[in-house]
Design a protein around this ligand. Sequence first.
Ligand SMILES: [Zn+2]
Length: 305
Amino acid sequence: MIRTTAGDIAPPEDGYVLAHEHVHIDLKSVRDGGGRQATVAEIEEVTLPKLERAAAAGVKLLIECTPPYVGYHPEAVHAATTAAGIALVVATGLYKDDHQPDWAHRAKEAALAEWMEGAITEGWAGGWKAGFIKLAVTDRGVTDQERKVLRAAITASKSTGAPIAVHCPVGANALVYLDEMEAAGLDADRFLQVHAHAEEDFDTHLEVLRRGGWIEYDLIGSPRFTDDFFVKLIRRVLEAGFGDRLLLSQDVCGYLVDRDPPFDMREYAYLFTDFVPRLAVSGVGAGDRDRLLRANPGRFFSLRE
Ligand SMILES: [Zn+2]
């Protein structure tokens, strides 16, 4: 079952899943003046039209990849996605070391694990339950604090079955996280390397997959990469026989608190209106497209028994 903000649901049997987007995010750390809160109405005004266009393109479920303390706003995101007719999964977990609150730096590993487990099983004060754990690792290498948070997440994943998605553009860091998970006896199937497309060494993509982890190409539609770049990467993964552990998404930031104007110009629907037709023309068949955009995220984000 997938733990959404409206209760547990079976993975969608048709339509699409957006595996990595943000309806609301604030990447300025609290120390740098982050934490500015927009109202539910302000967020809805900007994001609802885009979410409605995504729903019209077939999106049934959206994974909000904003973890606590970087603009985490389940109330507003739930209101906007629900109004658009899209189911929602929100995260527990923590972003990079320098974006974590002081209490998390002081907290023992066991207390952090309990905090994450509570978010998944009991829910937050607003009643929202988290359906996965979102972490992030500093590019130049995992810090002691991040390792402590990872070990806490592993404990929480083992007790709840929740998946762990890690912001991890550097492939070597993904392998360190897999080492930690394996040493703690957690199946690599619970690990997702977010932003895997940013790692230039394709062998590292394959290494994560060979070890049983998942990878995500999730900046589709951004001016930083062409569609052709992603089509080629996807085809290489399919040809290597790992099409059952690849996720695709766009990392659109619907309402970016620290930007002016506070939004991303990109569309949540782009993946389906523009990119999927290109993928089809390149020879990726309907079965593979369904796997990448519905079945795979449905499987990864299902809580393991
Ligand atoms: Zn993101």
